[in-house]
Design a protein around this ligand. Structure first.
Ligand SMILES: Nc1ncnc2c1ncn2[C@@H]1O[C@H](COP(=O)(O)OP(=O)(O)OP(=O)(O)O)[C@@H](O)[C@H]1O
Ligand code: SF4
Ligand SMILES: [Mg+2]
Length: 333
């Protein structure tokens, strides 16, 4: 197999804040991302899933260099991005792009589709001829399934799905090698979600892109991911090959997320609710549980889970899990 394009090594992001008055000032640390490691190859998709607040967007932003990590490295084609100066890092953004969650809110309402898609070209290639920029912009619109004659329309004249196509065209216009999609379909109707996921899959195949696809819900990443990482309170709970994960999750949290997938039929949903056990809220991130970070919600916990932090370790099949009991639990679906 070829070398990975991206190697994330022990990446951590802490947010510090202060509580109390002048005399009782106390620093609080929120570990939004805590020791994440993974590799990604060209043409490969890693799905990242976890509940709200599990650190998915912070991880995405740290990889892009939009937040300075507190620890760890982001190796991009063998180069450590966390050590680069601002201008060198900015140049790397040609190669690593992001697609945002809310397509309508993320587009500037005062710019036309053409202006939005071509803006990165003007930024990185200010001397490019206007005609060439327009040709590339129209080509991108066609590639993402928009009509090139819509180039002068404004975002409010497009549907949510079409706005996301504009966001994708903008992300691809510089020919990146990695695109990070941070919940790109969660603001869209279910019927449109599948269209956007299929579009991303097709573009990935055509362009050989590496993709990171972030979602709340395991069902959303199922068809696009080669591997899936499940995050909880900033930590990686499991990183598994797609088919193995959906057949037999290794971590109780993955299994719980699977059972939490919304079911449209009310009768089936009521029955499924009885079996569900992802109860209670996530603990305060300022005061995470000792031992296994998931133990306060895990029905399989044993005494040891309250004291010992389970390391993320490799199983026989090559997948990774952070659970003391991974060998003796059968969480098959
Ligand atoms: N700039 C910030 N300052 C302080 N805390 C932050 C900041 N950004 C995020 N956090 C906190 O870090 C944790 C992880 O947030 P993050 O947005 O990465 O989660 P997420 O998994 O993307 O959630 P969601 O699914 O809701 O988008 C949360 O507890 C959040 O409140
Ligand atoms: S280590 Fe213990 S508490 Fe944590 S997931 Fe495994 S069984 Fe549950
Ligand atoms: Mg997020």
């Amino acid at each position: 197999m070829s070398n990975p394009v991206l190697r994330v090594q022990d990446l951590a992001v802490n947010f510090c804040s202060h509580t109390g008055g002048f005399l009782r000032r106390k620093e609080r640390v929120l570990r939004a991302v805590n020791g994440i490691s993974f590799e990604l190859h060209a043409s490969e998709t890693l799905g990242i899933v976890g509940e709200s607040g599990s650190g998915k967007s912070t991880l995405a932003r740290a990889i892009l260099g939009l937040i300075k990590p507190s620890r760890g490295r982001v190796m991009w084609l063998g180069e450590n991005l966390t050590e680069l100066e601002e201008e060198a890092l900015r140049q790397k953004r040609k190669e690593i792009q992001i697609v945002f969650q809310d397509p309508v809110a993320s587009l500037n309402p005062r710019m036309t589709a053409g202006d939005i898609i071509s803006e990165p070209l003007w930024t990185f290639y200010p001397n490019m001829a206007g005609l060439q920029v327009e040709e590339r912009t129209r080509g991108m619109m066609k590639m993402v399934g928009l009509l090139p004659n819509q180039i002068n329309r404004y975002p409010h004249e497009f549907s949510g799905g079409q706005c996301q196509r504009i966001g994708i065209a903008r992300a691809l216009v510089l020919n990146p090698r990695l695109v990070i999609c941070d919940e790109p379909v969660s603001a869209l109707d279910v019927s449109i979600q599948a269209q956007i996921i299929n579009l991303l899959k097709d573009l990935q195949k055509k362009l050989g892109l590496a993709l990171i696809f972030v979602a709340h819900d395991l069902s959303v990443v199922k068809h696009i991911s080669d591997r899936v990482m499940v995050m909880y309170m900033g930590c990686s709970m499991e990183v598994s090959q797609r088919d193995a994960l959906y057949r037999r999750p290794l971590h109780p949290y993955t299994s719980a997320l699977m059972k939490s997938v919304p079911i449209p039929d009310p009768k089936l949903a009521a029955k499924a609710r009885q079996d569900r056990w992802l109860t209670g809220d996530m603990p305060s991130p300022y005061n995470p549980p000792r031992g296994c970070i998931f133990h306060t919600r895990c029905p399989y916990k044993v005494k040891r889970c309250e004291a010992d932090v389970p390391a993320l370790r490799r199983m026989e099949n090559g997948d990774w899990v952070a659970c003391h009991r991974a060998e003796d639990l059968d969480l098959s679906i």
